[in-house]
Design a protein around this ligand. Structure first.
Ligand SMILES: Cc1ncc(COP(=O)(O)O)c(C=O)c1O
Length: 374
């Protein structure tokens, strides 16, 4: 990828919106989306007057079920979204093959998958276009932020023109982001994780500090004011710093994923699916459990930090799915996974003590874990 093929945005979702616009997604068009996505993806489609068409997911890959793709494509399908869920690289080849037959572009949602590879090529370089997120919990973080990488030169130019049309973040937004980045670096330690997480949630829910999703994005399908922003200077500076740490971050994620793999194997459970031609980046290590709510309570009692990503087929919205065009029951696998998934952490700040505690916890409560499908 050349620099001209990359554009920077205030959030990944804005980059996705720009790709859609560049592709001409608009009223009457349909976009195929895995029913195990983030609501902001559906929003970006709906803001343009287009329609998300949900496709069920493969329980082994957490990405769209390739076997259902051909029957889901219709005359109005304008593009297909493939997703590196939890940092598990998407099995792109069969998706690209089908899409090519129908001459439909594929966008790779690499918001979780920066750094993974497919047949030796890094995620985001095989599909026609891709977008990434650098929000708080993403592979590398600039607080919030995102970028696009577009293979086709003409399309890349259109996305960059849209980026240039967008306003830059206001000085107040930059200062707020800078302050939050400072607080994360200087105040957040594993021992303060629980109280700070609760405080952050309370403040962002009440709108005192901006969260990664503005309240309205989870309640309506109307574009919030100030949504269309390009990336700012604080994000660019932070991104350059974080990229230098990236090899170290990746190495630790792989190491932790290998530990979790071994633990699951020892317990007689299947480990995550990794075909030979794929290298995952393991932003999270998903685990399926019998009763998620009870598992979270147990984990908190044992001071195990867990992730709660993908609580719904259109995470994190748990009701009124019809507002986002999702019909309850239409994608049973996505719904099942979202009822049972929890995420083991693979973050750099996970201490050795926490890792040991997590392993002991899994060994003790292995009866609560559901095996991955074979
Ligand atoms: C699967 C998925 N796609 C897209 C996004 C959007 O990324 P951003 O928060 O940078 O807009 C997210 C966000 O968290 C996500 O989980």
């Amino acid at each position: 990828m050349e620099p001209e093929q990359v554009a920077l945005f205030w959030k990944g979702r804005v980059g996705l919106y720009a790709i859609f616009r560049a592709l001409g997604v608009g009223a009457g068009a349909e976009v195929i989306v895995p029913a195990f996505t983030c609501v902001v993806v559906s929003n970006a489609i709906l803001y343009l007057g287009a329609k998300p068409v949900y496709i069920d997911v493969d329980p082994k890959t957490f990405n769209l079920a390739t076997g259902l793709l051909e029957q889901t494509i219709g005359p109005k399908t304008k593009c297909i979204l493939a997703q590196n869920t939890f940092g598990l690289s998407a099995d792109l080849e069969p998706i690209l093959k089908i899409a090519q037959r129908y001459q439909i572009p594929v966008i790779e949602d690499c918001t979780h998958g920066f750094g993974g590879t497919y047949h030796g090529q890094i995620n985001g370089t095989l599909a026609q276009a891709s977008f990434f997120s650098t929000q708080w919990n993403k592979p590398f973080s600039t607080g919030w932020g995102g970028f696009t990488a577009v293979r086709d030169e003409a399309l890349a130019e259109k996305v960059r023109a849209l980026e240039e049309e967008m306003q830059l973040p206001a000085p107040g937004q930059e200062r707020m982001l800078q302050a939050q980045l400072w607080a994360r670096k200087n105040l957040l330690s594993p021992s303060l994780y629980w109280p700070i997480l609760r405080l952050y949630r309370r403040l962002s829910n009440s709108g005192i500090i901006p969260g990664s999703s503005e309240g309205g994005e989870l309640q309506t399908t109307i574009m919030p004011e100030g949504y269309l922003l390009a990336g700012g200077i604080v994000q660019a500076r932070e991104g350059l710093k974080q990229l230098q740490r990236w090899p170290h971050i990746r190495e630790r994620r792989l190491e932790l994923a290998a530990i979790y793999d071994r633990t699951l194997e020892k317990l007689g459970l299947l480990k995550l699916y990794v075909p030979d031609h794929i290298s995952h980046s393991y932003l999270k290590y998903p685990l399926l459990v019998k009763n998620r709510a009870a598992f979270f309570v147990l984990a908190e009692q044992h001071r195990i930090r867990l992730g709660d990503w993908m609580l719904s087929p259109i995470h994190p919205v748990e009701e009124k799915w019809e507002h986002w065009g999702y019909l309850r029951g239409s994608c049973p696998v996505g719904e099942h996974l979202s009822r049972h998934v929890v995420n083991l952490l693979t973050d750099l700040d996970l201490t050795e003590k926490e890792v040991k505690r997590t392993i002991t916890f899994l060994e003790r409560y292995w009866g609560e874990i559901l095996p991955f499908p074979s």
